[in-house]
Design a protein around this ligand. Structure first.
Ligand SMILES: [Zn+2]
Length: 286
């Protein structure tokens, strides 16, 4: 905990970045088919460079859950992430939600992403995050695929109620859904008998920073657990091209407070200690 900085009570939280471009987010999928991805102005390189600069400035290492699609097109960027001491992990190949795939296609996608990321980086990839936190009661076979593909952990569940994702009944903290794989859910705070989001997403941009700080402190002190936080490179890019045709709610969620994000992240990195997901969770004996 923060007040005993020098003591053994210092809690180290896990920081993660989902490496995908602004046009690859699931909420826009109905408006931007995958066949168009190659023709859109790509902002991933410049935005990941900004994330790398921010983390270097704060002397923080993080885990980058990266699409195989991105790794195939930007191998130099992937090597920059790995060489800076960050953990490279998988976000699948083409950002298909597990809920829209059958078992065989899901397994092929996560195997391909792992192979591409390992090929490009020369490092073993042990972590996986499903697009849009799409693991839940409807696809119990998915964790077996994750084990079969050779991953050691998954961070694919956000135990909240949300219209696009979320498994509100899932455990809030690290657990083993199948032998050999640890599931590491994104941070939530338990309040009024429900789980409230505390680990990133549009909520972090929408709510005052003090709410996020209070929530993470509470997870560290009351639950005695590290918090797992995530954000996207496009969230610190207010100049990104606007996607036409999406509904008002989708646009609001995607574009709200992009200009304030970088400053908020700086405060978050200052107020807590952070490290890569593998170092926070796999070395705790879990
Ligand atoms: Zn994603």
């Amino acid at each position: 905990m923060i007040e005993s900085e020098a003591g053994r009570g210092v809690m180290i939280n896990a920081l993660s970045v989902d490496v995908e471009d602004y046009f690859q987010v699931s909420a826009f999928a109905a408006h931007i088919p995958r066949s168009k991805w190659d023709s859109l102005p790509c902002r991933i390189e410049q935005n990941v460079e900004r994330v790398l600069a921010l983390l270097a400035d704060k002397n923080v290492h993080a885990t980058f859950f990266t699409l195989g699609w991105v790794a195939e097109r930007y191998p130099t960027l992937i090597r920059r992430i790995a060489q800076a001491g960050h953990e490279l992990a998988s976000h699948g190949f083409a950002h298909h939600r597990a809920t829209e795939q059958v078992r065989g296609a899901f397994l092929a996608d996560i195997c391909l992403a792992k192979a591409v990321l390992e090929d490009v980086s020369g490092q073993e990839v042990v972590g996986y995050r499903a697009p849009s936190f799409s693991l839940g009661p409807e696809n119990p076979w998915a964790v077996d695929c994750i084990a079969e593909a050779g991953y050691r952990y998954s961070s694919s569940i956000y135990p909240i109620r949300h219209d696009h994702y979320g498994a509100p009944g899932a455990p809030r903290f690290a657990h083993q859904p199948t032998p050999g794989v640890l599931e590491l859910p994104v941070a939530t705070v338990r309040l009024f008998e429900s789980n409230l989001p505390a680990g990133g997403g549009g909520y972090f941009r929408l709510l005052p920073y003090a709410v996020s700080r209070w929530s993470i402190r509470r997870i560290n002190r009351i639950d005695g657990q590290p918090a797992l936080f995530y954000f996207h490179p496009w969230e610190i890019d207010p100049e990104q091209p606007r996607v036409e045709g999406a509904g008002a709610k989708t646009r609001f969620r995607h574009y709200v407070n992009l200009r304030r994000m970088q400053a908020k992240l700086r405060r978050l990195l200052d107020d807590f200690r952070w490290d890569r997901v593998d170092r926070v969770f796999l070395q705790r004996g879990g």
